[in-house]
Design a protein around this ligand. Structure first.
Ligand SMILES: C[S@@+](CC[C@H](N)C(=O)[O-])C[C@H]1O[C@@H](n2cnc3c(N)ncnc32)[C@H](O)[C@@H]1O
Length: 578
């Protein structure tokens, strides 16, 4: 979907190592603190002070998105404390009471002049408990949440939500210096990004909300496999045997992708990197099917669904002898046939059945169509992991796929005097799609978002988003051209790209790859020999080189450096030079 090719979307960069934080790095004590707080949260999941402490640690580690997510959970808990009617009121109150009996404020609330902002006046409800110390503490903590949320979201580039939280804080404590300062920063950044002069008014509605954050294998992520290990390859090949019996998954050597045009097209040797790829284990004849894959990791954002809830294929027309099957419990969910119904029941459907999750992120605005599809893929992943009671990152359809991760050390912010420019983070991020909506979906699924932190922490969701963005294919609606269907096919997406592909593909219920009858270059006959790599295409290979490279850039993650592109570009450059 990145790069909005009509159907395929894939992206790429070099493999990142899971653990590049040395024990003696300045980050080590902060990582240790993060670990300790995470463990404490596992035993005390309703303790909002712990969330705030971890948010501060994340800020110090330069993960503003993760800081915002913790501050948001803490903010929700301040509401739980203050409203007796809320579901987790008792647990949140009990957890906070521990701190309200102590003579001094928790360290995390002793920030700037926070304690002098007049806690009693902050209590706005008419609860009989509003003079209770825990109530006062919740009110004070909510201001700390607004501070962390507004500053962190500003750092992620989500100016609209940053301003929203800042103003919510200022409406409670109008003279809070931190919040006033953050508001000034937000305005400064907004003026720069919107190119508004200092004397001109900023249209708050047009404030940017799409940001970017770090895309990495988090140093504490113990779920990410070493994709190159014998064990991983054996697991993948075992599953591949039924999907693509004549293929194997192996390590492939690929050109390092460049950002844009370069002078290297005519070079004999270019830099390469290692990733995974699909290879023929035996000869495969022209026209023969190479791979046929069924996936339940699908999503559609149409409100009135005309596609199968499980595989995403168009539903058969309604008639007396239709194969379509409605779920007998929640009549609105329709499957194209009995097979898909059974598969859905086994894999995910009971965890969302009759839970009103289906209306979320449907019929989104055009500019949010891509984000809504990624969110719905995430929702499917959460449904699978909940129903099967496994960690989302252990779900087999997700675990081994490409995430286009950048090594942690490259993502890090260097605070030393002679530091270079800050890194360019690459994972698209917004408060709505990364933090707010996933929690909303989990709540609709009757999942306790505090107790299941280990499974639904933002870093888990960001890891899943990274993988979806590197591998999902999307389909545009033929009537309005809007992407409305997406899927991840974990084996199909192992095939790399070449503008002189030896296979072609089609997605309709199953994802199918088959051998081309003729090759694009020189019209040579098709056919794949044992040992050759299966080369798919992520763009229309009939286009001229420049247009092909522009198109493939989004899905590939860079400027295509395949032999055909380099030959054609070098030739046209030579012709221009003559
Ligand atoms: C869907 S993945 C393909 C499988 C991936 N190589 C893996 O290890 O799982 C797409 C990514 O593979 C890499 N890739 C695919 N074709 C490539 C090519 N022709 N040149 C360089 N990189 C390529 C890019 O990094 C791209 O973002």
């Amino acid at each position: 979907m990145e790069g909005s090719s009509p159907s395929a979307s894939l992206s790429l960069s070099m493999s990142a190592s899971a653990h590049d934080d040395k024990e003696d790095s300045p980050r080590a004590p902060l990582l240790e603190r993060r670990q300790q707080l995470t463990e404490e949260l596992a035993s005390n999941p309703y303790d909002l002070i712990l969330y705030l402490e971890r948010a501060v640690t994340y800020s110090e580690l330069a993960y503003p998105d993760l800081a915002a997510a913790d501050a948001y959970r803490a903010l929700l808990l301040t509401d739980e404390v203050r409203d007796e009617g809320f579901e987790y009121h008792e647990q949140a109150r009990e957890a906070l009471e521990k701190y309200s009996t102590s003579a001094s404020l928790p360290e995390v609330l002793r920030h700037g002049s926070l304690a002098d902002t007049g806690a009693p006046s902050m209590v706005d409800g008419d609860s009989p408990h509003e003079s209770e110390p825990y109530h006062q503490l919740a009110a004070l903590a909510s201001v700390r949440c607004f501070q962390i949320l507004s500053l962190s979201l500003l750092l992620c580039g989500c100016l609209k939500s940053a301003l929203n939280f800042c103003e919510r804080g200022l409406s409670v404590v109008p003279s809070n210096n931190d919040l006033l300062e953050i508001k000034t920063y937000i305005e400064q950044v907004a003026r720069r990004r919107l190119r508004v002069q200092p004397n001109e008014r900023i249209d708050l509605q047009s404030l940017p909300e799409r940001g970017v954050v770090r895309r990495e294998i988090y140093p504490w992520n113990t779920h990410e496999p070493d994709r190159f290990s014998d064990e991983s390859l054996a697991t993948l090949n075992q599953q591949l045997a039924t999907i693509a019996p004549k293929c194997v998954v192996k390590v492939s050597e690929l050109p390092v992708l460049l950002e844009s045009e370069s002078e290297t097209d005519g070079y004999d040797i270019i830099p390469t990197c290692h990733q995974l790829g699909l290879f023929a284990a035996e000869d495969i004849a022209p026209g023969e099917t190479v791979l046929k894959e069924y996936s339940l990791l699908t999503a559609n954002n149409r409100l009135k669904g005309s596609s199968c809830d499980a595989c995403g294929t168009e539903l058969p027309p309604l008639s007396a002898n239709t194969t379509a099957v409605n779920c007998p419990e929640c009549y609105d969910t329709v499957f194209c046939d009995e097979f898909c119904y059974e598969k859905a029941q086994e894999a995910y459907h009971p965890s969302v059945c009759d839970k009103d999750v289906d209306s979320i992120a449907k019929d989104s605005e055009d500019r949010e169509a891509d984000e809504s599809l990624y969110l719905l893929l995430l929702a499917r992943l959460l449904a699978i992991s909940t129903h099967q009671d496994i960690h989302p990152l252990e779900v087999e359809q997700l675990k081994y796929i490409w995430g286009d991760f950048v090594p942690t050390a490259i993502n890090d912010i260097d605070l030393s005097d002679n530091a270079g420019p800050p890194p360019e983070w690459t994972l698209p991020f917004s408060f709505k799609f990364n933090i707010e909506m996933p929690l909303h979906i989990l709540e609709k699924m009757d999942i306790d978002i505090y107790e299941t932190l280990d499974r639904h922490d933002l870093w888990v969701l960001n890891t899943a988003y990274s993988k979806f963005r590197g591998t999902a294919s999307a389909r545009k609606n033929p009537y309005d051209g809007r992407p409305d269907l997406a899927a991840v096919h974990p084996f199909w997406c192992l095939a790399n790209h070449d503008c002189n592909p030896n296979v072609t593909w089609e997605w309709g219920g199953r994802m199918v790859l088959w051998v081309r009858e003729t090759r694009v270059v020189g019209g040579l006959p098709g056919g794949i020999k044992a040992g050759e790599e299966i080369m798919n295409h992520y763009c229309d290979v009939n286009l001229p080189v420049q247009e092909r490279r522009e198109w493939a850039k989004g899905s590939l993650g860079g400027w295509c450096m395949c032999q055909r592109c380099r030959d054609e570009a070098a030739k046209s450059e030579g012709m221009r030079g003559n």
